[in-house]
Design a protein around this ligand. Sequence first.
Ligand SMILES: Cc1c(C(=O)c2nccn2C)oc2cccc(OCCCNCc3cccnc3)c12
Length: 388
Amino acid sequence: EGPIDSRKTVADISEKPLPLLEGFEWDTLDLTSTKELDEVYNLLHENYVEDSGESFRFKYSAEFFDWALKPPGWKKDWHVGVRVKSSKRLVAFISAIPLRLKLHDKIIESVEINFLCVHKKLRSKRLTPVLIKEITRRVNRYDIWQALYTAGIVLPSPISTCRYTHRPINWEKLHEVGFSSLPEDSTKEDMVKKYYIDENNEAIKLEGLRKMTEDDVDEVLELYNKFQAKYELIQVFDKEDLKHWLLKGKEVIYTYVVEDKSNKKITDFFSFYLLPFKILNVPKHEQLNISYLFYYGTDHDSSKKELETRLKLLMKNALVINKGLKIDVFNALTSQDNTLFLEDLNFGLGDGYLNYYLFNYKAFPILGGINKHTKLIEEGSGIGVVML
Ligand SMILES: Cc1c(C(=O)c2nccn2C)oc2cccc(OCCCNCc3cccnc3)c12
């Protein structure tokens, strides 16, 4: 395992941006300006990823971008736009954020590439390869030579593949918008009952569960590092990183800890982020409230059985909190230790896959929690890193 092309140095990298199609110009976005943040928001709001059936489109907020694109060490140069020369209209965007990765026992200073978007009217003008080459040039200029990115489509050699899973919370609404179907042998009442979450169920109430605060950062970081050490590909956090990713996204990221009341120690944490879908063609509903499982950890992991039991309890509490937040569906991948609780908590397998790619780095394939052939859940994912 190791870099594929490791000869280049910063001096070999051009200082000039790549040539662009006639009538277009490069622009480095300033996402500290609300006006430019809104331009990126509008471009993606109208032109970003939709699901295959064109029924939903990611509904971003300025807070989401503020959180997702400006973690510690972020660079303005890495928020790259393409504008129409005459109108100055923003018609394409790509971003990179710093990402310290650990693959097996090697630290890889890299970036995470995300939010690649080309205006619908400019598709098939071969703009995407130019955007990728330009962001690569800008990252190389900072002496960084590797990148992590994900895609639903299969490109040459994914390092791992995980599968989408969904835990319906408001099954009725999911059915009305066409996301959840009614199985042959079931009635709507059956489905509502199957996914019913009892917020007052004492059995799952976790003593000492509360929202994380900045005072918890040191302990949560220690828990995170210990818990993630078992995975093959992990995101290395320092205190500032962890504070940003678990606490800094207002109304976007939600992080909870369990404090042992006997010794005031933090024994568990879990987090999820909110990113709604705009519903494109069902008048009755405007948006789908979706949360995505993010990072979690526990010290109740001295045996697989203990870990499995604890994760089920933690995620049942996460579901109660999600219901309280009026979330319609709780999304998770088959990465981390998720396969230990997905089935028991009624997460259904989705028809989407997330392929992980590591640019300019040869790596042995990593299990993504599904069986290579059947694509069904198979325990044992080596993927610890969670990309937004
Ligand atoms: C997308 C997504 C969906 C859906 O498409 C979906 N859920 C309910 C209805 N639908 C159609 O379901 C998932 C399950 C696990 C992880 C996921 O995604 C993991 C990666 C999410 N990336 C979100 C993102 C990040 C940055 C920029 N844009 C989008 C998803």
